[in-house]
Design a binder for this molecule. Structure first.
Ligand SMILES: *[C@@H]1O[C@H](CO)[C@@H](O)[C@H](O)[C@H]1NC(C)=O
Ligand SMILES: [Ca+2]
Length: 355
């Protein structure tokens, strides 16, 4: 089918070029033919790329409009939890109201070896900047359908968590622009620390202006050969921007996709529009095949230490810092006065002894 189409295109292109001798400007003619040929080829390959990707979208792992097979019944392919609600345009995980939690979880364990997940979502609300929260998370974990403190999911989870954190809980986070997107790999005992916006455990991330955006906002997660990459497309340029790249990451198969969200004192609408899972065709050398046969039972990252950051106790504020300095100077002054007077007495005593 594709070959036939290409041949027709080529024929069209050839006859098109043969019609041209009526023009004298040989160079222009050739240039135009080249240009047309390039256009034909480019449009063909762009369309081919599309076909190729669509072919591999795995419906059984994807959540797309019109959201059939989503619901609260056990036969659903995706299960809803908490405040999650289906509308024609999105699955609203939480409304812009305080203290809500909502989630949606796939019922199918993921058995695809090399994959790419494209997520489209929308976070919007009436709160002013940094007076909104808490954000959204996307999951590929052993556990599913749990309530908890991590964006509406349990802590000490086992597997992958990708967080779109819209509220800086820690003062130390102010060196990062929020919203902040980050990746964490849980092993069942590691804890996500909300007080520090997950900083002690994050493996990478980036700032992304995704709240109240006029553009469609997307995440792209790709996992192949123990490498996980995260990209974002948030500024309407239809381009993927690198956000995180983690090698040596081992993720067992048979985990579940999910998306969750929570609001607290601060809130936002957290809308999931789609999660599309594509199977990738990846070639492997015999060694890589061997390496892949090793059974992975717990998620791990090689050289975990490289990601670890020192998170200090909440430091001093400007005022505290100033007071400390003033007291130090006064203290030093007092000390030197005391020292001087002691020295003076000692000298006097010595003089008395000599006479
Ligand atoms: C999980 O990872 C942490 C940090 O690398 C480690 O201390 C802990 O022992 C691991 N837990 C399990 C169950 O492997
Ligand atoms: Ca936060």
């Amino acid at each position: 089918m594709v070959a036939a189409v290409t041949v027709t295109n080529l024929d069209r292109f050839r006859s098109f070029c043969f019609l041209w001798p009526m023009f004298r400007f040989k160079n222009i003619r050739e240039l135009t033919c080249l240009f047309v040929a390039a256009c034909v080829l480019v449009s063909r390959s762009a369309a081919d790329g599309q076909d190729f990707v669509e072919d591999f979208m795995k419906r059984e792992y994807s959540l797309v409009k019109p959201y059939r097979g989503l619901g609260f019944s056990t036969s659903s392919q995706w299960h809803l939890m908490g405040t999650a609600m289906i509308t024609p345009d999105h699955v609203r995980l939480t409304p812009d109201l305080q203290s809500r939690q909502g989630a949606v979880w796939s019922r199918m364990p993921l058995l695809v070896r090399d994959w790419e997940l494209q997520v489209q979502f929308k976070i919007h609300g009436l709160g002013k900047k940094n007076l909104n929260g808490d954000g959204m998370a996307f999951w590929l974990t052993k556990e599913r359908m749990q309530n908890g403190p991590v964006f509406g999911n349990m802590n000490q989870f086992t597997g992958l968590g990708i967080f779109v954190d819209t509220y800086p809980n820690s003062e130390h986070s102010l060196d990062r622009m929020f919203p902040y997107v980050s990746v964490m790999l849980g092993n069942g005992s590691l804890s996500y620390d909300q007080e520090y916006d997950g900083r002690p455990t994050d493996l990478g991330g980036c700032s992304a202006a995704i709240r109240n955006s006029i553009y469609d906002t997307f995440l792209l997660v790709r996992y192949s050969k123990n490498r996980l990459t995260l990209r974002v497309d948030v500024d309407g340029k239809q381009e993927w921007k690198d956000c995180a790249d983690i090698t040596g990451l081992r993720l067992p198969s048979g985990y579940f996709f999910g998306a969750s969200s929570a609001t607290g004192d601060l809130s936002d609408n957290h809308d999931l529009i789609s999660m599309k899972l594509f199977q990738l065709t990846v070639e492997r050398t015999p060694e890589e095949e061997e390496d892949d046969k090793e059974e992975v039972t717990i998620p791990t990252v090689d050289n975990m230490e490289q990601f670890q950051v020192e998170v200090q106790e909440e430091g001093m504020s400007g005022v505290q810092y100033f007071i400390t300095i003033v007291f130090s100077i006064v203290g030093l002054g007092v000390l030197s006065v005391v020292a001087l007077s002691v020295y003076g007495r000692w000298k006097e005593n010595r003089r008395k002894r000599f006479y």
